[in-house]
Design a protein around this ligand. Structure first.
Ligand code: SAH
Length: 248
């Protein structure tokens, strides 16, 4: 190898530099992962300013690498507080909405033993945020390709307590019911009765109700310990429609 007329010391420093960089390049499959941590912290600050109060929810948002849940060409936009396209005409929800739904569903109770059902897996991001807060997450996605890629992504990133099913969320997941919490991330025109049935006593369900053309309202459904159901409108939202299985 040609060496320019460097002094011995410079040559030694040069090889030290090369050999200390090379092993790192060879063994880390995602050397760029951490450049997003500042953006993630800034997003958490923004959500706190927008009114998200539950620190455990904010910590969860701060720990999930949203840039790995969006298509690669959008990763630099992953920590802006916006929904983004994920293919198949679907979107990953805006981080504020993910945080607000998670907070409405979990806050005020010890979430660590909860079993949660999510309808609308999409990218798997909401499921990942939930998975760091609860015992188990069951999530159903009607587009088989999205279900498959979300399942692979969640597995690769180590979210081991998330179980993905390709199917129609209107049917829920009867063999795993009842659920302490149900989070619906696509908008049905009315509250799906079967999902209310699969909600445990003292359970909470959060669902955006209404047609896309009209106003949708994020709605909290609370089942009391006697099984009585109460309905609380929370805020106006805009979600993709929850479609029926027969359109698959
Ligand atoms: N929670 C997702 C975003 C959801 S977008 C995330 O964090 O990325 C809404 C998703 O609901 C879409 O992927 C759509 O295909 C799915 N969906 C629509 N109708 C459904 C149904 N009946 N059952 C299950 N999933 C449905």
């Amino acid at each position: 190898m040609f060496l320019p007329p460097l002094g011995r010391l410079k040559a030694a420093l040069f090889s030290l530099l090369v050999f200390s960089i090379l092993p790192a390049c060879g063994t880390d499959p995602r050397p760029d992962t951490d450049i997003f941590s500042d953006r993630r912290r800034a997003l958490v600050d923004e959500l706190r300013q927008e009114g998200i109060r539950d620190e455990s929810v904010l910590r969860a948002i701060g720990s999930v690498p949203r840039h790995l849940f969006v298509p690669g060409y959008l990763s630099l936009l992953a920590y802006a507080n916006h929904p983004l396209p994920i293919g198949h005409d679907q979107t990953i929800s805006q981080p504020y909405i993910v945080a607000a739904m998670t907070e409405a569903a979990l806050t005020g109770r010890d979430s660590r033993r909860m079993r949660v059902l999510e309808i609308g897996t999409g990218s798997g991001y909401q499921a990942a945020v939930l998975s760091v807060l609860v015992k188990e997450v069951y999530t159903i996605e009607i587009v088989p390709d999205l279900a498959k890629s979300a399942e692979a992504r969640l597995k690769e990133l180590g979210y081991r307590n998330v179980f993905v099913l390709a199917g129609d969320g209107y049917k829920g997941w009867p063999t795993k019911a009842p659920f302490d919490v149900i989070i619906v991330t696509a908008a049905p025109p009315e509250i799906p009765a079967e999902l209310v049935r699969q909600l445990a006593r003292s359970g909470h369900m959060v669902v955006p109700v209404g047609d896309l053309a009209e106003n949708q309202t994020l709605t909290l459904i609370e089942k009391s310990d006697t099984g009585a159901v109460s309905i609380v409108p929370l805020l106006p939202v805009r979600f993709v429609p929850m479609v029926h299985g027969d359109t698959e």
